[in-house]
Design a protein around this ligand. Structure first.
Ligand SMILES: Nc1ncnc2c1ncn2[C@@H]1O[C@H](COP(=O)(O)OP(=O)(O)OP(=O)(O)O)[C@@H](O)[C@H]1O
Ligand SMILES: [Mg+2]
Length: 217
């Protein structure tokens, strides 16, 4: 169980989030949609341990994730090109995490030749798929995607979401999906949270109050 416990985040002098609490079970798929600049990316970074909150904590099964070693909460960022070392091939960066086999490359629509190139030699959509594949390391228990499939065409997007949903069932993997695309969220999420500025503080009992709908996939 992933627990977001009373998280507050102030950044650049703005309070983006105040006392946010919710839980996510393995296998659950939570969609979060809010306007541009609201703080979605920042919240994702904090949950994935990329930056510290101003207040509050993130727990896995009741304890904070270890500060060293592989983090079981992985974030695929909105701009995946920024998460690759520009001087190394994407394959080397991928294999720092794990060694996906040919079947995995096929599932994620990754051409093996792309792994011989540096990130600036690939399109945004190609790199997004490699970033997703890297984050699907078998040690990942919770995956956060930040608008990451927005740059893929509809056909590839459908294929990638099919794989991600299969993983939510198989591992099971908990998913947090940040997106402006409400149609996508309605299709893939089991819960959708649309926080409002005046209503952004969930109850603190593990529920999400501004929960507009609950949909089973
Ligand atoms: N490193 C930073 N220092 C100061 N302010 C920042 C920093 N990064 C982002 N911000 C500001 O924090 C706010 C939230 O940014 P964030 O990227 O989390 O929003 P978002 O909801 O993901 O937006 P979008 O939908 O456009 O991706 C914005 O006002 C942004 O300008
Ligand atoms: Mg963002």
């Amino acid at each position: 169980m992933l627990t977001i416990d009373n998280l507050s985040i102030t950044q650049g002098g703005q309070q983006l989030w105040e006392d946010v609490s919710f839980t996510l079970s393995p296998g659950e798929r939570l969609g979060i949609s809010a306007p541009s600049g609201f703080g979605k990316t920042t919240l994702g970074r904090v949950i994935a341990q990329w930056q510290a909150p101003t207040h509050g904590q993130v727990l896995i099964d009741g304890i904070p994730p270890a500060k060293t070693g592989y983090c079981p909460i992985q974030l695929v960022p909105q701009h995946p090109e920024l998460s690759f070392n520009p001087w190394r091939t994407t394959g080397d960066s991928l294999r720092d995490a794990w060694q996906p086999d040919a079947r995995w490359l096929e599932r994620m629509a990754v051409n093996p030749n792309w792994l011989k190139r540096r990130p600036d030699e690939l399109s945004g959509g190609e790199l997004a798929r490699i970033a997703l594949l890297r984050a699907l390391d078998p040690r990942t228990r919770y995956l956060i995607t930040d608008e990451v499939t927005a740059q893929l065409d509809a056909h590839i997007q459908a294929q990638i979401w099919k794989v991600l949903l299969e993983e939510t069932h198989r591992r099971p993997l908990g998913l947090i999906i940040f997106s402006h695309n409400k149609a996508l969220l309605e299709r893939v999420c089991s819960r959708i949270w649309i926080p409002g500025r005046k209503q952004k503080s969930p109850h603190g009992d593990g529920s999400l109050p501004p929960l507009n709908r609950v949909i089973s996939f």
